[in-house]
Design a protein around this ligand. Structure first.
Ligand code: 0O2
Length: 215
């Protein structure tokens, strides 16, 4: 492969990823608007923090190889939907579903897939609500629909997932059996804490804190 071919492959990859960056920014803006409007109108902020990440070219290439997908951009576009990711950490479980509802009902958003790991936690205890949503991005060449993976979770779920991820890496995915059971137990404790905090919140603020008209 010549230097100019290499350069053009790099440019094509950067251009490909750019659309996902824009899609991610659109979702961040939508969440930022909801957060500000919520605080203003309801004097309540249901969001603790928001983080975003774009898959690196390296990890995208690894995923393409792992899944045995044809390495052309059209196939990657159709098959890999977590290139852009936004994680919304909410205060309470009710906020998780409320934020998901508010985002997914916006009329320029198309929900492609929902995985509710809160209703059905993974066997290791992982909990979060995952949605692949498609958001329009307007380029000089026209409109493109960009998929973004949005993860909604509480602070307790986020705390568990961050540390579990670190432990998993430390043991190069070979986590000892006893530790797996402890992690599952810790996930149950995190869920119990969520229920408890939700109950306290409800006792103080009534059944629907910062309630808004359901969409
Ligand atoms: P990163 O670095 O967060 O992006 P697929 O993504 O299609 O191969 P799957 O299992 O269908 O796989 O996707 P799923 O279940 O929606 O989960 C994908 C993402 O959720 C992961 O992304 C993690 O962010 C998070 N996740 C899922 N399961 C776990 C878990 O057991 N522990 C933790 N800590 N996070 C989890 P990536 O790409 O793995 O990583």
């Amino acid at each position: 492969i010549s230097a100019s071919e290499l350069r053009s492959a790099r440019d094509e990859m950067q251009r490909f990823l750019l659309e996902y960056r824009f899609g991610m920014q659109e979702i961040e803006t939508k969440i930022g608007i909801l957060r500000e409007e919520f605080e203003h109108t309801h004097a309540y902020n249901p969001i603790e923090h928001v983080t975003s990440r774009l898959k690196s070219p390296d990890s995208l290439v690894d995923k393409v190889a792992r899944k045995g997908i044809d390495p052309d951009f059209d196939t990657i576009r159709a098959r890999i939907t977590d290139i852009a990711g936004v994680r919304i950490t909410c205060s309470f479980v009710t906020d998780v579903y409320r934020l998901f509802d508010l985002l997914s009902h916006q009329d320029d958003i198309t929900v492609l897939q929902v995985k509710d790991y809160i209703a059905e936690p993974k066997p290791n205890g992982y909990q979060s609500l995952h949605a692949i949503v498609e958001v329009p991005v307007f380029l000089s060449t026209g409109r493109v629909a960009v998929p973004v993976e949005v993860q909604f979770r509480t602070i307790a779920m986020d705390f568990w997932a961050s540390l579990e991820h670190k432990i998993y890496y430390k043991y190069a995915s070979q986590v000892p059996e006893g530790l797996l059971a402890e992690l599952k137990d810790a996930a149950d404790s995190a869920a119990a804490l969520d229920h408890r905090m939700q109950r306290l919140h409800r006792e103080l603020h009534g059944p629907r804190p910062g309630a808004i008209v359901a969409v």
